[in-house]
Design a protein around this ligand. Sequence first.
Ligand SMILES: Cc1ncc(COP(=O)(O)O)c(C=O)c1O
Length: 404
Amino acid sequence: MAPTALLHPFSPPALGPEGYINIVSGDGAVVSDDKGNDYIDAMASLWYCNVGYSRREVIEAITTQLNKIPAYHVFGPFANEPSEQLAARIAALAPVDDARVFFGSSGSESIDTALKIARAAQIHAGHPEKQIVISRSAGYHGTNYGGTSAQGIQLNREGFGDLLQNHIVVPQDDVEALASVFAERGNEIAAVLTEPLQGAGGVYPPPDGYLDAVRRLCDEHGAYFIADEVINGFGRMGTWFGSQFYGVRPDMITFAKAVTSGYVPLSGVIVGSKVRAPLEADPSFILRTGYTYSGHNTACAAGLACLDVAENEGLLARATSLGARLRGGLQSLVDDGLYTSVRGDGFVYALAPTEGKEPAAVRDAILAQGVIVRPLPGAISFCPPLVCTDEQVDRMVDAAAAVA
Ligand SMILES: Cc1ncc(COP(=O)(O)O)c(C=O)c1O
């Protein structure tokens, strides 16, 4: 069949409508398609719907805000209450010294903003020579040009012409490689950008001590540590931020996805005082970056409601116990020889099929069992809503077992 008018992201433009599943509704951790099939959504859509679907509290908060005013921008000289309130709550939760929060709409925007702020801060601190951004292989940092240039997934870097200068991608787990870039070019490095647990690139927890080494090297060389928490943030790891799970304090944190569980798109950058000081020191300096929908009232109202749900329902603790159950179940499949390995932390895991089995084919087979997982390079991933039941977790494991 001929393709429809919709040009899908991360899909072949030539693919017709027969290649897609049309999701029409959702409730809790379950979504339904237009043919009446129900699926347990073991991926929280695209790693974001932590509070689950059809949450009355969130829908009511959005509707209340829409009835006041959907949005009014926060470029100078304007402000709005939902964005002020959400910024204050996020700043108080974040493992970042004396934090302030910048808002955007997508994770990619948050990445590009963090990279621009890091370089601007270095310039204003008297270090215009510090322009290099180091990132790690297997890191996914979105698809704008900044994030594409920092991409650690090679296929996502290719085919779009020249990328930005001054980006260095180091092997993901090699502290020595990172240290040697610092040793050679330390006075040119603006920032290190890394996810605490690498998500879309394969669900890789950091090796022991890796993030501490990033912190130490950044401190020794006057570089900023940017934690990309677009997947890690807002409860996925059983903590508000993955940086807390792994015991590090970055200078900036990028976030998106679960901050609103996707009810309205929202992203942001948490910016610590060390980065801001050179920018705040000059009263005439204007931060000439931002988005029409930075501080969008309705998106921020959704964010406030999602924080309430997470707090009121103890979703962080729930993520920890659900994660232990899922890990245990997946490990038993490995122990039985049905899969090769499992890795992850918190409530996000990757399961590697046995030799010769393609992750996309395993995904399709599990989908036919009524469970949505996602194929990654060499593995399938599980990143379920934090509101799913123990029984739903068991059904994810059973579905994976049934197709092995
Ligand atoms: C770690 C990380 N950073 C950035 C992004 C980009 O976010 P978005 O797709 O909202 O632009 C993603 C998206 O999956 C991500 O996982």
